[in-house]
Design a protein around this ligand. Sequence first.
Ligand SMILES: [Zn+2]
Length: 211
Amino acid sequence: MPPRDHPPLLAVVATTREVLDHPELHEGLLAPWERRRLDRIRVPGRRDDVTAARLLVRLCVARFTGLPPEASGPDQYCDTCRRHGHGRPYLSRRPGLGVSLSHADGLVAAAVGPGPVGVDVEPAARRPGPLPVLRRLLPATELREAAAAPDPDAALLRLWVRGEARFKAGGRAGLRLLDWTDRDRAAVAAVAGAGPVTVIACADPVSGRPG
Ligand SMILES: [Zn+2]
């Protein structure tokens, strides 16, 4: 029986470098279909980011479930094309858990927890897209508040990552949202899920040693 209170959702932010340098992680953990997908990425930095995100999500899932990292990789399924290999990630071994990953210019994030989960990370210096685009994607009242904030660019970026996290979690009502700034990594991140969130910013979420 599931516990009455949601167990906390685990979210991790790291730099791509921290993950690629992690002693327990290597590309051999990736599934053949993931490696085939990586082989099609021509920009080396982007390939590293995607690799790191897929490795970090394994560490995250391994810590949360107790499964070994090699058994912690998410599958993906696209509702639109009804095909595997892209689209929303899910854990076939733990159907009750949600999983999410994100990467952006040398930064990666991963999250796992009960029910739907979404995570997004962006460089803190990034400026979110033009207002007409934001208007189509984000609630008008929140946009107005962000535009009136003392630092509108930072407030809009925070709104953006929250919107992305909510979208990745399926966008349903009742999701909890948490955003935070990781100053050491110059990152802004947000996570959406059904329960309270434990955020770990470190290169070693398996040991839980703070980074
Ligand atoms: Zn598709």
